[in-house]
Design a protein around this ligand. Sequence first.
Ligand code: WT7
Length: 660
Amino acid sequence: MANIETFSQETRVFPPPAEFSRTAAISGMDAYRALVAEAEQDYEGFWGRLARENLQWHKPFTKVLDESNAPFYKWFDDGKLNVSYNCLDVNLQNGNADKVAIIFETDSGDVSKITYQELHKRVCQFANGLKSRGIKKGDRVVIYMPMSVEGVVAMQACARIGATHSVVFGGFSAKSLQERIIDAGAVAVLTADEQARGGKRLPLKSIVDEALALGGCDSIKDVVVYKRTGGDVNFVAGRDIWLHDLVANQAETCEPEWVDAEHPLFILYTSGSTGTPKGVQHSSGGYLLWAALTMKWVFDIKPDDVYWCTADIGWITGHTYIAYGPTAVGATQVIFEGIPTFPNAGRFWDMIQRHKATIFYTAPTAIRSLIKAADADKNIHPSQYDLSSLRLLGTVGEPINPEAWMWYHKHIGQERCPIVDTFWQTETGGHMISPLPGATPLVPGSCTLPLPGIQAVIVDEAGHELPDGHGGILVVKRPWPSMIRAIWNNPERFKSAYFPPEFDGKLYLAGDGAIRNKDTGYFTITGRIDDVLNVSGHRMGTMEIESALVANPIVAEAAVVGKPDDTTGEAICAFVVLKRSRPTGDEAKQIAKELRDWVAKEIGPIAKPKEIRFGDNLPKTRSGKIMRRLLRVLAKGEEITQDVSTLENPAILEQLKEAQ
Ligand code: WT7
């Protein structure tokens, strides 16, 4: 992977193609600057105008931003609306009733299409079904479903009745699911019999059963099961119901529940620097505004586009840029159940060709692994496919190295399509720093400039703004409509994690480092500055993995660090001390495997350490503090050249060089 120096020395510049700018929503840098200036001159006026122009309000708001209880900001607070109404009913009024909303492709390649009219009907029936079970406004509903039309329908149905959903990614274990159900105090789980991915089946319903059997989930009254594969499931009478039975005979319309703009649309759990995941709480009005607006500004969405975002609904990208953003702007989108490498690594290119996708949004990890696959097998090289429908590409989730950017530009975008490298987070709700494809000249590896209205800057540890060319801490100076509202059940943690006292509680701390180019002011994200890893664009807390490891009765101590990885960006490397003597050889390999499986059970397969190393101890200072910076060097396989004079037990370093 290229390092920071390579990024900041990047000199290639790709101005927007004239043809693209001609029809773009924001055309040329003057148009961008005009919006930035409008936001600077009258911040509330700017956001108020956009909220009136882009959403339909049941009751108009009279106040834009309430800062009286900062950092618990409120946007459009006395306005009322319904998110599902804005995503569905508005499309029926706008002449999109017969437009295809979703082109769904299953893992095995079956394709079905559903119009906005049909989507509206299914959401209403699902919503009525939920109401028939007594689920109502303010209740929390956990969704543990595969990528499917039903998954999106479930989210929209919750929004319709004012229930707050919390989607849990299918790759999380029963234990992770249980913890989220308990923290959210959910009343129902919406799931499926099984999830099909890459020709394999994952038994979602039985994982739900296992989670509920772990205890503490008494708040759960209903489990709704979508029959996806027809695989065997257990049913608990009175608690479990098939989705098709729930919606049978339900009315095809459902009066939306009008909620305050600040009503929590969803909670989404994400990793932080402590052991327990944070329930990031998002609003209805401000969130939807930014989801819709960034679809227009960053994806330049047009009526004829066929848009495809490859994320899963279990992550924020699948919320904002699948479930809500595309529907709020009446787009046609592709939703894919499977994985990029099944039946072969040409799947994405084949799907772009068959569905004539015009906008494609994916993660750098996927691009890097598909580059390798294309190099290895020319039959699945993108040159074998007709990708001429594409007009815009995007990336998200982690820094993209210039080499991967250039390949994406050349082989997928055919040097014709702008690439939007979108920097944002679960907490930001939508894009923060990103090129505008009809305006911003692109530089590979840079997410370029903050979007209009987003006051992102780089500061030092005292919160002072740094001049361009100096790396520092990325912060946002003013609240914005789609920002996190709270950590569910934990207002204090919200304040300390995002509005720390070091910055007078006034700056939003993203948790990333960044540097701005001296000449262009362009941002390059240099990576997390906290104990959060980014593995294949999935966010993992090192403490979370450490807690999982030490929960195993044979483990005495564990320290987890990230290690650069060509494909996944970062890989998880765990240093482990057992309660018994340090294992070696085959025994060490066997125990490493057991510990990996243990972590998969505790958190989920996505958190499995790639490497495990055993020591009699960990490198510690005399006061007993684990020296993680040394572990990072060891994980990279490099020699330690730093000062180790504060290290109490230098001999340990030799032992920890060997990976299992
Ligand atoms: C973290 C947020 C944003 C949705 C998916 C991930 C990293 C995200 C970029 C980018 C460099 C990026 C940051 C951020 N990140 N996008 N374009 N360039 N880094 O959401 O799980 O909340 O993770 O992902 O480190 O803080 P998330």
